[in-house]
Design a protein around this ligand. Structure first.
Ligand SMILES: [Zn+2]
Length: 337
């Protein structure tokens, strides 16, 4: 099944979104003097090379594991304030998400549910309690409940109006950050958390290490953590650099499959599966070629594939990126040791 960018980010709405996002960014970057320098969020090395700047945020590359990360970066309290007052997210919630909900449900969330169940089957992960961290609008939980495989589903969503969305869909919600959740807040007697799923969350966090450590604390031994996030060594980010939509002030941590695996292992997981199921790389790079962000004449081979032969070769090229783990969106599965 193909997925186009317009289905999930309707073009007619994106100009207003861009304006509101620019306002949010300006508000965050006004506090740049208070940002702090951090070691690599994956391997803790302190040596890095400057990569680029985007909207005032400096990104660097770890010399040891090649994680691309924002440094210096906003502190946890800056981020909490940023998301609480974000006009961009409010607009997403009121306009973009409702306009794209049907396409997202069919093309993102149903396949995601199928993928989670396939992984549970393949690795014999128990389907007792699944906790989704960063449940957003609640579509994953809603679709997962429909297939009736997990005994219980709990949505963790600290943002009040998103938590409300999840409740409206009939999901059980914990409205606080995962870092502040104790097992006894969730578990009834005899229960254990066998899966934690977290989609497009870890790249936003000040401390991914703290997040993963907490996930390991909450999971039962043998349980699985399933994470998706951008892959900075994928085609889209490698080709477009700071012009990639994966690079923005919110994505503080742009891991690659190896660096994220290393971090998961350091936090108590054995990595049992790595995939890059992203579907949009080829289209995103093609668009930059069409709108002048990338000069096709400097990339004659890609000009051929992404412009001249797009109809015949575009989908197959994206499938090649997926098969070879070269897409810019990745999924890692860790089993709690
Ligand atoms: Zn590193």
């Amino acid at each position: 099944m193909t997925l186009t960018e317009n289905e999930i980010r309707p073009e007619a709405l994106m100009a207003e979104q861009a304006r509101l996002f620019a306002e949010d960014i300006a508000r965050l970057m006004a506090r740049r003097d208070e940002f702090i320098t951090v070691p690599c969020p994956a391997c803790e090395a302190i040596q890095f090379e400057p990569a680029f700047e985007k909207t005032g945020m400096s990104f660097v590359t770890c010399v040891q594991c090649e994680t691309l990360y924002a440094n210096p970066r906003p502190r946890t309290e800056h981020l909490a304030d940023y998301y609480r007052h974000s006009k961009n997210y409010e607009y997403w919630s009121k306009h973009i998400f409702p306009a794209s909900e049907a396409a997202r449900r069919e093309k993102i969330f149903k396949p995601r549910v199928a993928l989670v169940l396939e992984i549970c089957d393949r690795f014999q992960i128990p389907t007792d309690l699944l906790m989704e961290v960063g449940a957003g609008f609640g579509l994953f939980g809603e679709e997962l409940r429909r297939v009736d495989r997990f005994r219980r589903i709990v949505a963790v969503e600290p943002t009040p109006y998103l938590a409300e969305d999840c409740r409206r869909r009939g999901l059980e919600v914990l409205e606080k950050p995962i870092e502040r959740i104790q097992p006894q807040d969730v578990l009834k007697s005899g229960e254990s958390i066998s899966v934690i799923a977290s989609f497009e969350v870890i790249e936003h966090l000040f401390s991914p290490r703290e997040f993963l450590t907490q996930c390991a604390e909450l999971l039962t031994p043998g349980g699985a953590l399933m994470l998706t996030c951008p892959n900075s060594k994928g085609f889209d980010v490698q080709m477009l650099g700071e012009k990639s939509s994966a690079v923005d002030v919110e994505h503080l941590n742009l891991f690659n499959p190896r660096s994220l695996a290393g971090l998961m292992e350091a936090c108590g997981f054995e990595v049992i599966d790595t995939q890059t199921p992203g579907k949009l790389d080829a289209e995103l790079v093609r668009k930059q070629m069409l709108n002048g962000g990338l000069n096709p004449d400097e990339h004659p081979f890609l000009k051929q594939v992404l412009l001249e032969q797009w109809e015949e070769s575009g989908a197959a090229f994206q499938q090649f990126l997926i098969n070879q783990r070269l897409s810019s969106n990745m999924l890692l599965v860790g089993r709690k040791v």
